[in-house]
Design a protein around this ligand. Sequence first.
Ligand code: SF4
Length: 195
Amino acid sequence: MKAKVIYDAKKCIGAGNCIISEYFLLPPPGKKAVLKGAKIVNKEVCLEKDFTSEELERLQEAGERCPVNAIGIRNLETNEELVTMNVKQDGLVEIKAEYDDDKEFVLDPKGYFLIRVDHHKKLIEVGFCGKRNVVEAKIFGTTPRDIYNTIAREKLIERPEHYAYLGRELQKAYIALKLGLKYVQDDELDFNLKA
Ligand code: SF4
């Protein structure tokens, strides 16, 4: 299938997600990706050729995975834009964020978490309470991502806003751990308060 791949190296942050396609080369740390066989046409880095449907599928996935929209793909047979480099705002609705904790808070039926930072062991510890004041599991780790993915895998949360809450608290705990600050669950971080 004839298609055109456009690559904007200026946008590239070197995340490397595009190497799912054999047409993109893995950037060394701190470098930008390379689109194999590309030429510069009208100041655009592009690759225009007949791709197999599998190659095009992988290129499309590369474009969709690129976090900065550095890759655009157009099917030259149908003129369809398969991956856009522009953020579209068709039918955009603006919604003001609001939340009233007193009226809207709903306890997760699965339970709740007690979070603390162990500066000695350099760990974040999360106690899961399925019942009030009963810690049924302790999840510990060094990064929010390890911990929330473990919690998701163990199916310890039901409500989506509880995931958001956990992510926020874990990020605070992580910053406190890295900077040697005191961490208090549900309080704002005080950058002047050492642990
Ligand atoms: S996915 Fe996008 S940002 Fe990441 S290396 Fe590839 S082109 Fe660059």
